[in-house]
Design a protein around this ligand. Structure first.
Ligand code: GSH
Length: 469
C-alpha cells in the first residue's frame, strides 16, 4: 500500500491513523516551516503518536485518578505557606539564577501582602509504574504549562476508532480505552475562573512562546468562545511588557482591554526570559488582580525541590489532615533526596544507574542519567561549592518494556518502549469556596526504552492512550 500523502509504503491501517489524526486536529506546528522564517503555525504535521494504546492495569489507573484532587489540595495549601516555600528554596536560590528570579517575585508578593482570592490550578501529575515493586510512582507534578490536554483526547479518540475498525482482528476491545475529558474540563475550569472574576467584557490571556510548536494543543483548549462565550487572546511575554498596564485598583489591561485570567503556556523555562522585558511582564501580571494560572506560589510549589521536601517524613501532615489521603499520596512518592545527604551521594556514586539527577527545570531534556550522575556528583564533591543545591536526586523507576509502533513524521517504527501516565487535575477556589477540585483526564506518553529523556514537546516521546486490563 503506497500512501499518496506521505509517498512511502505503509500498511493501510498505519496510514489511515495518520490521516485520521491530522483530519481531526491531532497536529503540531511544522518545525521546518518555522525555521524557514514563515509565520509559525502555517505548517502542520501530525503530532507523534503510538499506533495502538498501551496496556495499563485498571487498579493503578483508578489510583492515579483518585489522588488527583488530593494533590490539587496539597498544592493549594503549600502555596499558602510563603515561609515554607522561601525556606525550602533558600539554598537553591543561591545557585540557580532562574529559580532565584522566581523566588524574588514571590518575596515581593509577600512583602506587599498580595492576596489571591481566586486561585486556579491546571495541573498534571506524571507517574511510572515500577515493574519490580509494582508501585505507581510520581515522576513530577506540573503546575505550569501542563501540555497536551487538547491533543491527548484526540489520541484516545483515534485509538478507540482504530480498535472499533480493526480491534476484532487483534483481539482488542475499544471500550477498554477510558474516556478522556481533559480538554473539556480544563476549558470549563478556565471559563469558571473567568465567571468568578465577574466582568463579561474581560478576556482570558494565553501567554505563549514566540516560536510555539504546540499551538494546536493550546487552540483546542482555548477555543473558549465556541463553548463558553469567553474571548481569549494570545500574547508573548515581550508583547505583554509592551502593551500591558495595571490600574491603581489592580486591574490588568492589555492594549486597553481588561484581562480576567492569565493562562501560562510559557514562562516555565529560562529561555522564555531572554531580556528584562519578559521578567517585567511576569511581575506586572503577578501584581495584578487577574486570576493567574499559575500564580507565582503555585509555580514554586511545583518545583522539584518542593517535591523532594514534601517527601520528607511528617511533611505532608503539615498541609493535610486526612490520614488516608496522606497515606495514598505517600505511597506514590519515589525516593527523593537533596544533595546534602552524604549517605545517598555515596550510594549514587556507587550505583548511578539507580538514580536520576534533576535540576529545577521544567519542559523536559534537563535530567542527568547513568555515568553522568557519578561524574557530576564527584565534581560537585571536589568543588565543595553550593551548586549541589541546584539539583535533587530521585530514585530511578524501571517500568515494563513492551514492543510498540511509534508514528512520527509520517513514518512508523517498531521499538521497545516504556510509558508514563499523566493525570490532569483542576482546582478553582474563590476565597473559602472550592468551586472545582477534580481529576480531568489523562495523557499517556510512550518513548523508546533506550532513551532516558521523556517529553513530547522536547521531541523524545509520542502521545499514547491506555488500554485497561
Ligand atoms: N510551550 C509548550 C506548550 O505550551 O505546550 C510546551 C510546554 C511544556 O513543555 N510543558 C511541560 C509538559 O507538560 C510542563 S512544563 N510537557 C509534556 C511533554 O512535552 O511531553
Amino acid at each position: 500500500y503506497t500512501c499518496a500523502w506521505s509517498k512511502t509504503s505503509h500498511d493501510q491501517e498505519k496510514c489511515c491513523a495518520q490521516m485520521r489524526g491530522s483530519l481531526h486536529g491531532l497536529v503540531v506546528g511544522d518545525r521546518s516551516v518555522q525555521r524557514s522564517g514563515k509565520v509559525p503555525g502555517v505548517g502542520m504535521v501530525h503530532a507523534p503518536f503510538s499506533l495502538l494504546p498501551v496496556t495499563f492495569p485498571e487498579s493503578y489507573w483508578k489510583l492515579a485518578c483518585e489522588v488527583a484532587p488530593i494533590f490539587n489540595e496539597l498544592i493549594d495549601r503549600v502555596s499558602l505557606d510563603g515561609k515554607f516555600l522561601q525556606d525550602a528554596l533558600s539554598r537553591t536560590k543561591k545557585v540557580d539564577a532562574f529559580t532565584s528570579r522566581l523566588i524574588d517575585i514571590h518575596s515581593k508578593m509577600l512583602e506587599i501582602n498580595k492576596s489571591e482570592d481566586i486561585r486556579l490550578g491546571l495541573h498534571r501529575s506524571d507517574y511510572m509504574l515500577d515493574e519490580q515493586t509494582k508501585l505507581l510512582l510520581q515522576i513530577e507534578l506540573n503546575t505550569i504549562s501542563s501540555s497536551f490536554p487538547g491533543l491527548s483526547c484526540l489520541v484516545s479518540d483515534l485509538h478507540r476508532s482504530l480498535l472499533k475498525y480493526y480491534g476484532e482482528h487483534i483481539g482488542l476491545d475499544s471500550s477498554r480505552i477510558p474516556g478522556n475529558t481533559s480538554v473539556d474540563k480544563f476549558a470549563e475550569a478556565l471559563a469558571k475562573a473567568w465567571t468568578e472574576y465577574n466582568n463579561p467584557r474581560a478576556l482570558v490571556l494565553v501567554v505563549v512562546q514566540p516560536e510555539e510548536h504546540n499551538m494546536y494543543d493550546q487552540h483546542w483548549l482555548c477555543a473558549l468562545y465556541n463553548t463558553h462565550n469567553v474571548r481569549t487572546i494570545r500574547k508573548t511575554l515581550a508583547e505583554i511588557d509592551k502593551d500591558g498596564e495595571i490600574l491603581p485598583d489592580g486591574t490588568l489591561l492589555l492594549g486597553g482591554k481588561e484581562i480576567s485570567v492569565v493562562y501560562f503556556r510559557a514562562g516555565y523555562a529560562p529561555t522564555d526570559y531572554p531580556s528584562e522585558a519578559e521578567w517585567r511582564a511576569r511581575v506586572l501580571m503577578e501584581q495584578s488582580s487577574a486570576v493567574k494560572c499559575p500564580s507565582i506560589s503555585y509555580h514554586l510549589a511545583g518545583t522539584k525541590k518542593i517535591q523532594q521536601e514534601l517527601a520528607k517524613p511528617n511533611m505532608l501532615e503539615r498541609f493535610l489532615e486526612n490520614k488516608e489521603d496522606i497515606a495514598k499520596l505517600r505511597k506514590c512518592f519515589a525516593g527523593l533526596w537533596s544533595l546534602d545527604d552524604s549517605d545517598i551521594i555515596k550510594k549514587a556514586i556507587e550505583r548511578p544507574d539507580l538514580f536520576v539527577m534533576k535540576p529545577q527545570r521544567e519542559g523536559g531534556g534537563n535530567n542527568i542519567y547513568g555515568d553522568d550522575v557519578r561524574t557530576n556528583l564527584i565534581r560537585l564533591q571536589k568543588e565543595g561549592s553550593e551548586e549541589d543545591a541546584a539539583y535533587i536526586l530521585m530514585q530511578r523507576i524501571f517500568p515494563m518494556v513492551s514492543p510498540t509502533f511509534l508514528v512520527r513524521e509520517g513514518i512508523c517504527h517498531k521499538d521497545h518502549a516504556i510509558s508514563e501516565l499523566g493525570v490532569y487535575g483542576a482546582y478553582l477556589r474563590n476565597k473559602e469556596k472550592v468551586i472545582i477540585n477534580e481529576q480531568c483526564g489523562y495523557l499517556m506518553r510512550t518513548k523508546v526504552s533506550s532513551s532516558n529523556e521523556g517529553g513530547v514537546a522536547a521531541g523524545f516521546a509520542v502521545l499514547d492512550s491506555i488500554y485497561l486490563n
